[in-house]
Design a protein around this ligand. Structure first.
Ligand code: NAD
Length: 494
């Protein structure tokens, strides 16, 4: 088993909160055990913070905002660039910590470090582009201007599936435009976030600019409640499940905070009979099995045109033989453990439900029972065919390495099926018909569309959903919009 001694810099394994530029226990002294999902054993203990810590963080961020917002854009860019440099310099340690607490294979964790860091670099550059406008004058001698100002203290709440990238792509744009941050990572993966705070400290951000605290699920809700109730917190940026996102939307009404909500998905992946099937299989492998199927944009429903269904499933099954399920430390592992026993139980429930409704099991369908993946949280890559539209897995995120294949006859039918969900994050389709390639994006209800492409995310592109997948966009030139407010200046005769 990996342990902290394998870190080049053991001080990146933090056991305290980072508030007002100092490291401290939780106010109540409670702690939370961080569990390695591969072994189901504790790795470290961190503070189990509550509302008192949440308020202390807001006080620090509020004080820091007064000066941070006045910093020059060049200075903010410089500090973000230094943070980016440190992320890359300490990339191997960050990847190890992430694998240890989240379970993803090391190669994937390294990829996530690079991916998360790319947002920091992008927003470092955006810091010097928070431009305003001069409007045409409506009266002689009058000048009308628009400036973009930071919204204030931003609360960041993140999930466990991308412990580094999710928090980096929220903190970086906030800091870039002059906001300060209070952040609470998932109770399952606080170590990566605390390590990021340590590197932010090293980069030289002023005390209180970035505050990170850890909490258990129940205390984390109290932290959330304290931030929701606090009028000094002007924005919440959240990535996680739709029920928690709706709770935040409801409860923030009292103080009318700005909200960005990156919520759950139920992505359709559509393969038309005119598609290059090898390309489609490669795209599905890339997008479905990243992080063991525990990603918000991974295909949850695979629609294949009846005429090519058998051929597609044969090719897919052959490609899936290359997958190796095992702990992050296994050099060949491509799929790690699921995050916890609740996750494995949910996957099994979805598979059993589909089978009871008449689905056919092509492969997988159960936990792994072999020596390479000995822990309780490993699940076999699974294909189910003949899955009915009424199956639970067609309506809820399965969040595991399970591919339900659903047959369809024609384009109008599959568009209706694809949109038959309250979610709308990602959608993918494969075709060689150019007209269809242009037509379909307008018909699919999703914020991100992959056209003959399964790996879509990039710091250059806007990421976010429609419908109950939330609102707000992360990354790209649109990625700072959610952190600024527009101010109109109307100047008369001087
Ligand atoms: P979750 O909603 O259970 O938890 C997310 C965060 O919210 C955690 O930090 C948790 O502690 C916190 N939280 C829980 N209850 C809270 C409350 N009452 N008040 C304040 N905070 C609270 O989600 P998860 O299981 O950690 O992550 C998986 C989900 O995230 C999936 O639905 C996935 O699709 C979604 N996700 C979405 C995106 C996206 O960009 N749209 C990206 C990654 C994950």
């Amino acid at each position: 088993m990996m342990n902290s001694l394998e870190l080049t810099r053991p001080e990146l394994l933090r056991h305290q909160n980072f508030i007002r530029g100092t490291w401290s226990e939780s106010a109540g002294g409670a702690t939370l055990e961080v569990i390695n999902p591969a072994s189901n054993r504790s790795i470290a203990s961190v503070p189990d913070s509550d509302a008192r810590d949440a308020r202390a963080a807001v006080e620090a961020a509020t004080a820091a905002f007064k000066t941070w917002r006045q910093e020059t854009a060049m200075q903010r860019r410089q500090l973000l660039k230094e943070w980016h440099r440190l992320l890359l310099e300490n990339g191997e340690d960050l990847a190890r910590l992430m694998s240890l607490e989240q379970g993803k294979p090391l190669a994937e964790a390294r990829g996530e470090v690079a991916y998360g860091a790319s947002y920091v670099e992008w927003f470092a550059e955006e810091a010097v582009r928070v431009n305003g406008d001069i409007l045409p004058s409506t009266q002689e001698g009058r000048r009308q201007m628009v400036i973009r100002e930071p919204v204030g203290v931003v609360a960041v709440i993140t999930p466990w599936n991308f412990p580094l990238a999710m928090i980096a792509r929220k903190i970086a744009p906030a800091l870039a435009v002059g906001c300060t941050v209070v952040a609470k990572p998932s109770e399952d993966t606080p170590l990566t976030a605390l390590a990021l705070a340590r590197l932010a400290e090293e980069a030289g951000f002023p005390p209180g600019t970035v505050n990170v605290l850890s909490a258990s699920r129940s205390n984390g809700a109290l932290v959330g409640d304290a931030w929701l109730a606090d009028g000094r917190v002007r924005k919440i940026t959240f990535t996680g499940s739709t029920p928690v996102g709706k709770h935040l939307a409801r409860e923030s009404a009292e103080t009318l905070k700005r909200l960005s909500l990156e919520l759950g998905g139920n992505a359709p992946f559509i393969v038309f009979e005119d598609a290059d099937l090898d390309l489609a299989v490669a795209g599905l492998m890339a997008s479905k099995f990243r992080n063991g199927g525990q990603t918000c944009v991974c295909p949850n429903r695979v629609f294949v045109q009846q005429t090519v269904l058998d051929e597609f499933v044969t090719k897919l099954q052959a490609a899936m033989e290359s997958l190796v399920v095992g702990p992050a430390t296994h050099p060949d592992a491509t799929i790690g453990p699921m995050i916890n026993s609740r996750a494995v139980e949910k996957i099994q429930r979805h598979v059993d439900d589909a089978l009871e409704r008449g689905a056919r099991l092509v492969c997988g369908g159960e936990r792994v029972q072999n020596a390479v993946a000995a822990g309780p949280h490993f699940y076999l890559p699974t294909i189910l065919t003949n899955v009915g539209a009424d199956a639970v897995m067609c309506h809820e995120e399965t969040f595991g390495p399970v591919i339900p294949v659903i047959a369809f006859e024609n384009e109008p039918e599959v568009v209706t099926l694809a949109n038959d969900t309250p979610y709308g994050l990602a959608a993918y389709f494969y075709t060689s018909d150019m007209r269809r390639a242009f037509r379909l994006p307008g018909l699919l209800e999703a914020g991100v569309i992959g056209i003959n492409e399964g790996a879509v995310a990039s710091e250059l592109a806007p990421f976010g959903g429609v419908k109950e997948s939330g609102y707000g966009r992360e990354g790209s030139v649109y990625g700072t919009d959610d952190y600024v407010q527009i101010k109109y200046l109307c100047q008369g005769q001087l």
